[in-house]
Ligand binder design. Structure first.
Ligand code: HEC
Length: 144
């Protein structure tokens, strides 16, 4: 009886686990499906990129942010990094840059498995949500 109960509880908790990452359809070097049902927003994306607690992009990159005094120089300037990449390619770079360059220092913003040294309270969480990834991609595309 106790074992049945445990099995039921285990089953339920598995069912209740939130789906943390939206499914991604990779084709070559791109993720071709959107990660949310609502389109990305350029202004929100800009705010995420510039925010030193959310996107952290300016820790390494610099970019067209005259109001930000401290910008990074560990990575190319953001407009140059975006180059001529398509939205689907940019999405893939943000989700999992290590796929393209295993030694890259840029974090995987939308991957919850296979990460190193994750504090327990952040286990199985992604750095950005699917919507935030879409917003950042919209902003990056606006730089082109
Ligand atoms: C810890 C440092 C770091 C952070 C934080 C970081 N990046 Fe990067 N990023 C890099 C480096 C280094 C490269 C260059 C990789 C290369 O040239 O192979 C790069 C490359 C890129 C590229 C080009 C990728 C490609 O292969 O074409 C884009 C786009 C980009 N970053 C956007 C972002 C955005 C947007 C953020 C924030 C959400 C961000 N990065 C945060 C270090 C970082």
């Amino acid at each position: 009886m106790r074992r049945t109960l445990a099995a039921i509880l285990l089953g339920t908790s598995t069912l209740l686990l939130p789906c943390l990452t939206h499914s991604q359809t990779w084709v070559g070097d791109s993720i071709v499906n959107p990660l949310t049902s609502s389109p990305g927003d350029v202004a929100r994306g800009r705010a995420i990129v510039a925010n030193s607690q959310v996107g952290l992009c300016l820790l390494c990159h610099s970019g067209p942010f005259p109001e930000e005094r401290f910008q990074g120089n560990l990575a190319p300037e953001l407009t140059a990094s975006v180059g001529q990449s398509t939205p689907a390619q940019l999405q893939a770079r943000l989700v999992d840059p290590g796929r393209f360059n295993p030694s890259i220092i840029m974090p995987a913003y939308y991957r919850s498995t296979g990460l190193n040294r994750v504090a327990p309270k952040f286990a199985e969480q992604t750095i950005l949500t699917g919507q935030e990834i879409e917003d950042v991609v919209a902003f990056l595309v606006s730089l082109q």
